[in-house]
Design a protein. Structure first.
Length: 151
């Protein structure tokens, strides 16, 4: 199921994506407005943690898989790490433990960008983790399609 199908209608998908794109623009302006006050170490960490936990492990598993199937936990990790609930918890904990700062804007920038710029939404467990096939997976599929003659 594509992201478009998940919204029931192509226009719903486009409208939601446009809304995220608008929110991305607002967050980007706020971030750029305060660029001189951004601590870059925390900004890079806060931007990357979502994909380091939620995307990269699944991508590695997917590219190493011969047939494209991976454990459902990778879909769940992706989906949980790309929710506003998880992002909100991280932002609140950071603000409480470290203090509020402009670097925190990279978290909504990441999520707004994923949805508005890239069109990425939840990954259903019933679907492939990615929508591309690796060379390894192509070779495996081709080998399975070749019939072995009976001896």
């Amino acid at each position: 199921m594509s992201a478009e199908q998940a919204f029931g209608h192509r226009q719903n998908y486009r409208t939601t994506r446009a809304e995220y794109l608008g929110a991305f623009a607002v967050a980007a302006v706020a971030f750029l407005w305060h660029l001189g006050e951004v601590r870059w170490g925390p900004a890079i960490l806060l931007f990357a943690y979502i994909d380091l936990i939620g995307y990269i492990p699944g991508l590695i598993a997917y590219t190493r898989s011969r047939d494209g199937r991976i454990h459902p936990v990778f879909h769940v990790l992706y989906n949980v790490m790309h929710t506003w609930l998880a992002a909100g918890v991280v932002i609140l904990l950071w603000a409480w433990l470290v203090g509020p700062e402009w670097a925190l804007l990279v978290v909504p920038l990441h999520l707004f960008g994923d949805r508005g710029l890239l069109g990425n939404y939840a990954k259903p467990v019933s679907e492939p983790f990615e929508h591309f096939e690796t060379g390894r997976q192509k070779a495996f599929r081709a080998a399975r399609q070749v019939e072995v003659p009976a001896v």
